[in-house]
Design a binder for this molecule. Sequence first.
Ligand code: GAR
Length: 204
Amino acid sequence: MTKKRIGVLISGRGSNLQALIDAAEDPDYPAKIVLVISNVAGAQGLARADAAGIPTLTISHKDYSSRESFDTAITEALEDAGAELLCNAGFMRLHSESFVRHWWNRHLNIHPSLLPDFKGLDTHARVLEAGEKITGCTVHFVRPEMDTGPIVAQAEVPVLPGDTPETLATRVLEAEHRLYPHALRLVASGAVHVEGEAVVGTAL
Ligand code: GAR
């Protein structure tokens, strides 16, 4: 089996990155992480990649005068590493349209809500304020508009009485750690692909 070569973009803790690292340890997993890039120096996720022997880079947006030049540096590093697919895992910068076009249908993001509901930041606090009884997480292909794009997979998570944004985030995060490796497996194996603006194919 030829494994797809994956680049991962992070900004912080990297627990979703860890879930992907753990999944990729399975010899039958169809993807291999070849580079982790953080826009934040010292991000915890960089240490996770180091511990797994995965090359890392810090590319700080603060060192670039425009979003485009920052994005170009990221693409160059990914292509030097031979990355074929890109996974955002808690990467907290918006991409330029040209970057999104470059990685079109080769670029996944995970978001902690059932998209298209609750795009953006402070998701769990807004879910609680709205009185939702079910929330969850979504893995989708990246499009120029934030937190939109063809959906690969979603998982539902109950909102429980007494939840705070923190308790809800913890419950959703556990679901994220199952969902992201599953979704990446679907895409990397070729079991699913984008047709029109929908993800079609066979579930594994
Ligand atoms: C995750 O909950 C992820 O869904 C969210 O940030 C967290 C990162 O955690 N991403 C977004 O909100 C992107 N819009 P992690 O660094 O431990 O994976």
